[in-house]
Design a protein around this ligand. Structure first.
Ligand code: DOR
Ligand code: ZN
Length: 345
């Protein structure tokens, strides 16, 4: 049997939700990951350091006793966010990053930012103290085609922001286009991107060809094949500016399988198996550890995990759970549409 031992991975972008959903999904992440950046788009959102402290306690309570897992908390940036509170949260070690959602861009983003000028004092303070801004990089202008919203965001929002604050540390979350990859590659410092597992595997045909498949719908929406190939190239290159953020985002099945379904793909269950497959296919298994376990900590100025995990390639594919049961109903697990031969030992 082929095996691969790597440092224990981290997930630099995940949605844990709250309540019953949190209790159902936290262990899928804590089983395979040592740390994860927890997205703050709850209802109501995690806006202050005090909100993050109580959410962190609920997360810790939801992680099974045997799992060694550290949640890295984020604050949801609003036009009312207080720079002093952000700095205090960061200095105390409780808060790792701040998340910028353009208002209306995605799930629970209504409290996000409409006018970037209004949050400049917070961003200036973050640049001063070396705190990371995680960015949902899509414009919300209804006249912009949904497949172009990332590229237009780079031009209209990111480039001007970068010019104003060269010292601000920015992670372009879940980059889905060649434009996003090229932008990050053009920046020699303070800029990185997370890439999801699913965007390395599906293009927009998965959602729309031969019937509409809501379990492949997420935001930013998957793009054309040429973009998927650019993302694969970035992930498997070893380039330290690119690292894993699964964007695993559970929604109950009835909320996805309906006339106006929610955006989000739940991949925490089988992400490492999918990634080993992708990296093997690209002849880049030697770059998997950089992507899952080294590049993220380097950007966030944290030590990589000391613990190791071993991935094993089996002849017989893994019959991974197709659903994650919660007290409120089922969540469908990401189906990569190929057999999963790799498992975490
Ligand atoms: O597909 C997505 N789901 N994209 C996001 O940006 C948010 C996430 C969610 O919270 O469901
Ligand atoms: Zn997300």
């Amino acid at each position: 049997m082929k095996t691969l031992t790597i440092r224990r991975p981290d997930d630099w972008h995940v949605h844990f939700r709250d309540g019953e959903m949190l209790r159902a999904v936290a262990s899928d992440t804590s089983a395979d990951f040592a740390r994860a950046i927890i997205m703050p788009n709850l209802v109501p959102p995690v806006v202050t350091t005090a909100d993050a402290a109580s959410y962190r306690e609920r997360i810790v309570a939801a992680v099974p006793p045997g799992h060694h897992f550290t949640p890295l908390m984020t604050l949801y940036l609003t036009e009312g966010t207080d720079a002093g509170d952000v700095e205090a949260g960061f200095r105390s070690g409780l808060v790792t990053a701040v998340k910028l959602y353009p208002a209306g861009a995605t799930t629970n983003s209504q409290s996000g930012v409409r006018d970037i000028d209004k949050v400049m004092p917070v961003l200036e303070r973050m640049a001063e103290i070396g705190m990371t801004l995680c960015v949902h990089g899509e414009v919300t202008d209804p006249s912009i085609d949904i497949f172009d919203r990332e590229a237009v965001f780079i031009e209209r929002v990111l480039q001007p922001l970068r010019a104003r604050l060269p010292e601000l540390r920015i992670v372009m979350e879940h980059v889905t286009t060649k434009d996003g990859v090229d932008y990050v590659r053009s920046q020699d410092r303070n800029t990185a991107a997370t890439l999801t597992t699913h965007h390395l595997i599906i293009n927009r045909n998965a959602i729309l060809a031969g019937g509409i498949r809501p379990h492949y719908y997420c935001l930013p929406v998957a793009k054309r094949e040429e973009h998927r190939l650019a993302l694969r190239g970035a992930a498997t290159s070893g380039d330290a500016r690119f690292f894993l953020g699964t964007d695993s985002a559970p929604h109950l099945d009835p909320l996805k399988e309906c006339a106006c379904g929610c955006a989000g793909i739940y991949s925490s269950v089988n992400t490492l198996s999918c990634l080993a497959h992708v990296f093997e296919e690209e002849g880049a298994l030697d770059k998997l550890e950089a992507f899952t376990s080294l590049n993220g900590p380097t950007f966030y100025r944290l030590a990589p995990n000391e613990a190791r995990v071993t991935l094993e390639r089996h002849e017989t594919p893994w019959d991974y759970p197709r659903k994650r049961a919660t007290a409120e109903g089922d969540v469908t697990v990401f189906d990569p549409m190929f057999p999963l031969h790799w498992t975490v030992a």
